[in-house]
Ligand binder design. Structure first.
Ligand code: NAD
Ligand code: NA
Length: 397
């Protein structure tokens, strides 16, 4: 079929298999262009492995230190005349490349929050790998059905305590407008923590430890975000921030539970990037388009793969102590948070309106990153021609 983008708000309903494949190949080539990560992970489970930071973690593990990888994700397979989701095609491309390189790579497609998918993943690890030495937790989801209560929780992105009013941009049209978001109720806060907090990460580690599939010295890492004062009312001090506080507190709990096997649980605070998860958050796309402009001018812009490569090489597997901040978190958002970078973004923020944004912001970069998420507008890919939408994931279990 001929696959064209069909955009609805902050999602695209279609994905392009060749574009997704090219994105994955570009990320693999980036990792291959760097030196091998000495002492890097060997057997890895990535939960949320099909897009964004999780996919980059899987690629960095496989092509940075020849790791065997198991990926868990929730993606839509293709049907005749209906393309699969981008994460499906990304995984198909990743596994094709991994298998050609002689690397073990298998996937499980299903709800990571469920007992069933955890059991299936553990059984696969037991059978094929025995144990894993790295568990990356990189889920981003708007809902979670609690495996014990059966209750379906929905997360919201709202401020806490008071109405938040600020600028936002419709990144398709470039129109900057003011948005007001009402504060969350206590119930909405609690639901958001249920979805994006640390309980599920803790359940994964508990069940994996009980099944003896965590190697001695295992490392587990989950991803968080902080960001600047500009966005804190809607992000870090809002509902999602409460969930991240919970996730970060869970790292300490998990860390204690792993002591007897010399294991470690860590949070990595990553940079703001265009992903399917972040484009749905108001205000953030305007912030990102200004941030991209400044960071590109400074020559310090990174995408997911550059972030995770630096995380592995310079933080997690640097051969010495892992540097952390005063709250025990690994910081790979250091360049985003540089005072000079933030001062520039603050200045641009004041000027940002529909007219100015085209020149002061990197809206074009935002848009092309967004299109790239779904395999569109990827350089070197020919669009508008027949492609096979029925691409399969070779390592799917
Ligand atoms: P993403 O949307 O690109 O990836 C989410 C992954 O989770 C996908 O692989 C998806 O298939 C999987 N997933 C979602 N629901 C699932 C379910 N029920 N079962 C199994 N898999 C499921 O998101 P991302 O931006 O890479 O976010 C990953 C983590 O990084 C999140 O914790 C996010 O808060 C954090 N983070 C993101 C940013 C950013 O700017 N994007 C910055 C810092 C930290
Ligand atoms: Na991810």
């Amino acid at each position: 079929m001929i696959i064209e983008p069909r955009i609805r708000g902050f999602i695209c309903l279609t994905s392009h298999p060749q574009g997704c494949e090219q994105n994955v190949i570009n990320q693999i080539n980036y990792i291959k262009s760097k030196k091998a990560i000495d002492g890097g992970p060997v057997k890895v489970l990535v939960i949320g492995a099909s897009t964004g930071f999780g996919l980059a973690s899987r690629i960095t593990s496989a092509f940075g230190s020849d790791a065997s990888t198991v990926g868990v994700y929730f993606e839509k397979p293709p049907a005749p005349g209906k393309p699969g989701s981008a994460g499906w095609y990304n995984t198909a491309a990743f596994e094709k490349q991994a298998h050609e390189a002689g690397l073990y790579a298998k996937s499980i497609n299903g709800d990571a929050f469920s007992d069933e998918i955890k059991a299936k993943t553990i059984a696969l690890i037991k059978k094929d790998l025995g144990q894993v030495d790295l568990v990356v937790y990189s889920l981003a989801s708007p809902r979670r059905t609690h495996p014990k209560t059966g209750v379906a929780h929905n997360s919201v992105i709202k401020p806490i305590g008071e109405v938040f009013t600020n600028k936002t941009v419709d990144f398709h049209t470039g129109v900057v407008s003011e948005i007001s978001i009402n504060p969350a109720t206590e119930e909405e806060i609690a639901n958001t923590v249920e979805v994006m907090g640390g309980e599920d990460w803790g359940m994964w580690i508990d069940e994996m430890k009980a099944a003896n599939v965590l190697a001695n010295g295992v490392l587990t890492v989950a991803y968080s975000y902080i960001g600047p004062a500009l966005t804190e009312k809607v992000y870090r001090k809002g509902t999602i921030g409460r969930a991240k506080d919970h996730l970060e507190a869970t790292a300490f709990e998990i860390n204690d539970k792993l002591k007897d096997i010399d294991g470690k649980a860590l949070i990595s605070v990553n940079k703001a990037l265009v992903t399917q998860a972040s484009s749905a958050i108001p205000v953030i796309p305007l912030y990102i388009s200004l941030l991209y402009k400044v960071m590109k001018e400074e020559g310090i812009h990174e995408g997911c793969i550059e972030q995770i490569q630096r995380l592995f090489e310079q933080r997690l597997y640097n051969g010495g102590t892992i540097p952390t901040d005063e709250k025990g978190r690994v910081r790979i958002d250091d360049w985003e948070m540089r005072p000079d970078v933030q001062a520039k973004v603050d200045e641009l923020w004041k000027e940002a309106d529909t007219e100015a944004l085209a020149s002061i912001g990197d809206l074009a970069g935002y848009r092309s990153d967004f299109m790239n998420l779904f395999g569109f507008e990827v350089p070197g890919v020919t669009y508008g021609i027949e492609v096979d939408e029925m691409v399969q994931v070779s390592g799917l279990v």
